[in-house]
Design a protein around this ligand. Structure first.
Ligand SMILES: [Fe+2]
Ligand SMILES: [Fe+2]
Length: 190
């Protein structure tokens, strides 16, 4: 299908936009909202649903941190040379990953399960605030010459690839176009 050339397209000469219509920051923010919704749902869920939600949360965060670390963060560092923001974000990812591994290795019958998920939600809330607040990474990225359209396209493709590798997906939390499978399906029809 022919697409009209995007207005003000790219700062680096490409006229292509991601077919998802999301630039890099819109894509990452949508992930943030999805995970926040799942954390909120977790607090009121029964044990079976908790396991499905925690699995979704851990999978989504693993994919999200991977596309940030492989694609967005290096582009940010190159464009802005802001080592402080970049390094702090990576350290926060490392801390979250340790807790994600602990949650993945346990389950709702673990006396500490809910506490682990709660602490992860607080860590992620803090990290998301740092990325999205004025003067944070996303605001600085918008001010830079980063090609957010082409980075969005690259991240959407990598995200779909990573999601297709996730096999331990419980059916309980797989609903709606914003679920992992829904997003995977829409990414695959690109
Ligand atoms: Fe993020
Ligand atoms: Fe991040």
């Amino acid at each position: 299908m022919a697409r009209a050339k995007a207005k003000g397209a790219s700062k680096k000469g490409s006229s292509r936009r991601p077919e998802t219509g999301q630039d890099a920051i819109a894509l990452l923010k949508a992930d943030h909202r999805q995970v926040a919704d799942w954390f909120a749902e977790f607090e009121k869920a029964n044990s079976k649903r908790k396991l499905a939600l925690a699995t979704d949360i851990c999978n989504a965060l693993t994919v999200h941190t991977t596309i940030e670390e492989e694609i967005f963060y290096p582009a940010f560092l190159e464009a802005t040379e802001d080592k402080d923001l970049h390094h702090e974000a990576e350290i926060e990812h490392d801390a979250a990953k340790k807790l994600i591994a602990e949650i993945e290795a346990s389950g709702p019958d673990d006396d500490y399960y809910d506490s682990k998920v709660k602490v992860l939600s607080e860590m992620i809330k803090h990290h998301v605030k740092e990325e999205e607040q004025p003067g944070g990474m996303f605001a600085e990225a918008r001010k830079s010459d980063m090609d957010l359209d082409s980075l969005g396209e690259e991240m959407a493709a990598r995200k779909a690839e990573l999601e297709s590798q996730i096999s331990d997906v419980p059916m309980g939390a797989r609903k709606g176009k914003n679920g992992v499978l829904g997003r995977m399906a829409s990414a695959m029809t690109r």
